[in-house]
Design a protein around this ligand. Structure first.
Ligand SMILES: Nc1ncnc2c1ncn2[C@@H]1O[C@H](COP(=O)(O)OP(=O)(O)OP(=O)(O)O)[C@@H](O)[C@H]1O
Ligand SMILES: [Mg+2]
Length: 367
């Protein structure tokens, strides 16, 4: 058995991939640190699986480099890349026991039998499947199969672990268990990991950093909180979490702060300065998440508030949700923690709305 390789960095350097005329990956550069867990997040067809397949060596990219540690691995076949893979459709071998499945990669590498037996036992222990080592894999539950697949991927001590929608077949509670389990295993083994998901909670919850993709392009690569709180693009703001979208004009920028005059009712809101430079007077889109808006008792002429009326109010146990509509008919959603006895406001009630803080308002150039 080779020595463990905890903490090998993985670099995707300007990767482009075309399937015929389809541009599936569009100049993606991603530097994953040693031992880091990075989630690839994006809508269906944005190129997530394609990127994983390129790293695994199942397809050769049109251009760009894949580097693990110091070494470019593009010339290596999949079985020599030291990459562990759990693909959704990467089924277990049905005619083998749990232990045989986990030991498969070791046998293929000619690992010494006693060492392989020990490694299989250790891996099954890690995924808490030791007691089922002799079971046939077709006699396992979905979650158990998933754990065996993970043990099989980890058995070869991969330098990089690739997980493509590994929990998509699981129900919600099992999914959460598996997320925690993978995170724990990944931490203790220190394996550099790329996980593909289109479930944003999964991505935000598990990952050290999240790479958001759209149409093959990397939109943002940041810590989960940064992606959520400071989305780099309008796409990220819309795709991750939910956002109210208002149109307006940029009044001015002062350092970190900006001012936006909303088209709706002329309210003047403070906002976070846009990431890309915009001139005063530019048409902008202001995005605010529902939990970052407050219903205000301010006087109607307070320019920092936006006038609207309640369309629908719902007390959803722990949260109070209001659907509002502005004077021009634009819908606004607002949610807040609900305290005991508090009720939603009646339909047609006039209200004033303001953001909790300037940082809660993201500005983007209008398309
Ligand atoms: N073998 C193929 N031949 C041609 N086009 C392909 C092939 N595989 C994928 N594509 C196209 O490449 C793009 C990216 O596909 P990919 O499978 O990487 O998306 P994805 O992000 O994994 O999507 P999903 O969330 O649905 O799994 C899509 O437009 C898809 O239709
Ligand atoms: Mg996919």
């Amino acid at each position: 058995m080779s020595a463990t390789h905890p903490g090998q960095p993985l670099t995707l350097d300007d990767i482009v991939h075309r399937y015929g005329s389809t541009l599936a990956v569009d100049h993606v550069t991603l530097e994953v640190q040693a031992g880091e867990l990075v989630a690839l997040l994006g809508p269906s067809g944005c190129g997530k699986t394609t990127l994983l397949r390129i790293v695994a060596g199942f397809i050769a990219q049109t251009s760009g480099k894949v580097v693990v540690g110091e070494r470019r691995i593009d010339d290596l076949p999949p079985n020599r890349r030291d990459v562990g893979i759990v693909f959704q459709n990467y089924a277990l071998f049905p005619h083998m026991s749990v232990a045989e499945n986990v030991g498969y990669g070791l046998a293929a590498r000619g690992t010494d039998k006693a060492a392989a037996r020990q490694r299989v036992a250790d891996m099954l222990e890690l995924v808490q499947m030791g007691h089922l080592a002799q079971r046939q894999t077709r006699e396992l539950s979905g979650g158990q199969q998933q754990r065996v697949a993970l043990a099989r991927a980890l058995a070869i001590e991969p330098r990089v672990l690739l997980l493509d929608e590994p929990f998509s077949a699981l129900d919600k509670s099992l999914r959460l268990d598996m997320q925690i389990e993978i995170k724990r295993i990944q931490r203790s083994a220190g394996t550099t990991t790329l996980i593909v998901t289109h479930d944003q909670e999964e991505a935000l919850g598990m990952a050290d950093r999240v790479a958001v993709l759209s149409h093959g392009k990397l939109e943002q690569f940041d810590a989960p909180e940064t992606v959520y709180d400071r989305p780099a693009t309008f796409f990220v703001n819309q795709f991750v979490g939910s956002a109210n979208v208002l149109s307006g004009r940029l009044e001015g920028i002062d350092g970190e702060r900006a001012w936006v005059r909303l088209d709706d009712g002329g309210a003047l809101w403070q906002a976070r300065a846009p990431r890309s430079p915009l001139a005063a007077g530019s048409a902008v889109i202001a995005c605010v998440r529902p939990e970052n808006l407050r219903l205000d008792a301010a006087s109607p002429d307070d320019p920092a508030t936006l006038g609207a009326h309640v369309e629908l109010g719902m007390a959803l146990g722990a949260t109070l949700v209001h659907e509002l509509r502005t004077g021009s008919g634009r819908p606004i959603k607002l949610s807040e923690p609900r305290s005991p006895g508090s009720q939603a406001r009646a339909a047609a009630t006039p209200v004033r709305v303001r953001p909790v803080a300037p940082e809660a308002v993201s500005l983007f150039a209008a398309p």
